[in-house]
Each structure stands twice: as C-alpha cells, then as structure tokens.
Design a protein around this ligand. Structure first.
Ligand code: ADP
Ligand code: RBF
Ligand code: MG
Length: 174
C-alpha cells in the first residue's frame, strides 16, 4: 500500500451508538469528510498506528475502516480504538492518527464473543508491531505536535501523485 503511512485528522463524532464501550472497546468515529477523503489504495480492513487527542500524548491505536460486516452497516466508517484508558469522553475534540500497517480484512463472525476476541487479538498484534524501530519513529513525527494540517496533507497528496507516476519539477523561488 503506497499510501502508508497515512496521516489524517478530524473531529470525533457520535458513532452508531451500539455501545462498543459495553464491549470494553470504545471507538472514536471520524466524520464522513475524513472517510470520503481516503486514498483509493487504502482498502477497508483493520490497521494499527499512532493516535493523539488534541495536543495530548501519542498512544498506540487500532482502526477499523469499512462496513462492519458483523453488523451489515450501509455507511462506511473509520473507527479508532486508542490503546489507553481515558478518564473522560472526547467527543468534539480533534483526533490525529497515522496509519502505519495493515492487520487483516473485516469479517463477519458467528458470535459477538468471536468479534471481541478478534479485536483483542488485533490490539495485541498492534502493541507488538508498533515496537519496531521504524514504527516507533512515527510516534515522534511532528504531525502530532504541529497545529496545522497542511504539511501532511501536502505529503499525502504528493505520495498519491508519485504512485500515479507524476514528476515533480521544483520551481526556483517557490
Ligand atoms: P460511538 O458509537 O458514539 O462511537 P462508542 O461506544 O464507540 O460510541 O464510544 C466512543 C467514544 O468513547 C469516543 O468518541 C470517545 O469520546 C470515548 N473514548 C473513551 N476512551 C476511548 C478510547 N480508549 N478509544 C476511543 N474512544 C474512547
Ligand atoms: N466489525 C466487523 O464487523 N468485523 C470486523 O472484523 C471488525 N474488526 C474490528 C477490529 C478493530 C480493531 C476494531 C476497533 C473494530 C472492528 N470492528 C469490526 C468494528 C466493530 O464492529 C465496531 O467498532 C462496533 O460495532 C462499534 O461501532
Ligand atoms: Mg464508536
């Protein structure tokens, strides 16, 4: 996937209200504007990476992108579970994430217990993989400390252009 690592941020909005917190796995949902801007090569499925709320600490995360086949959603969603215990909800705040690696595609499961077990195994895989030096360095990326979107938005766009075999010609004075 040429778009990885993929950087994005957006407001945390209300999700399906299915009470994923009751499953012990709350997921912070992105609005449609973020979901609709995903590059074509970021396929649906489960990814791991880094996340931060506002300008707070950076934590490990897992993110699910797609239609939740277990629930047969009709709307594509992007839901991040931050691997950290927060004291309070953070609806309305800005969530910044970097998608680092792909774990698996979304699946349906024979029972809710099987879905929860799969998610918990994704979390364990993310914890281990993110310890690799090439992944740890993204935790320190200035994307998480800078206040604007522009740098990474430009980098994401350039990466897409490169994939399309466009050539960038630097212009003096720009
Ligand atoms: P919704 O259906 O509205 O997304 P959830 O049950 O999935 O509801 O809970 C998600 C909300 O829980 C997030 O929007 C956030 O405010 C809060 N939350 C608390 N802890 C976490 C966490 N570790 N990861 C993600 N969201 C969390
Ligand atoms: N939903 C599915 O229907 N199938 C999946 O394979 C699946 N995997 C997930 C993996 C992770 C790491 C997370 C955070 C969520 C996953 N979900 C999956 C989404 C889950 O159904 C959803 O978070 C809850 O229904 C609450 O919206
Ligand atoms: Mg949610």
């Amino acid at each position: 996937m040429k778009s990885l690592p993929y950087f994005c941020r957006g407001e945390v909005v209300r999700g399906f209200g299915r009470g994923s917190k009751e499953l012990g796995i709350p997921t912070a949902n992105f609005p449609d504007s973020v979901v609709d801007n995903l590059p074509a090569d970021i396929s649906t499925g489960i990814y791991y990476g880094w996340a931060c709320i506002g300008n707070g600490d950076v934590y490990k995360m897992v993110i699910s992108i797609g239609w939740n086949p277990y629930y047969k959603n009709t709307k594509k969603s992007m839901e991040t579970h931050v691997i950290h215990k927060f004291k309070e909800d953070f609806y309305g705040q800005t969530l910044s994430v970097v998608l680092v690696g792909y774990i698996r595609s979304e699946k349906s499961f024979p029972s809710l217990e099987d879905l929860i077990a799969a998610i918990n195994s994704d979390i364990e895989e993310a914890k281990v993989k993110l310890e690799l030096p090439e992944h740890i360095k993204l935790k320190e990326d200035n994307f998480f400390t800078s206040t604007t979107n522009s740098n990474k938005a430009i980098q994401n766009a350039l990466q897409e252009l490169k994939g399309n075999k466009f050539v960038l010609i630097p212009v003096l004075g720009c």
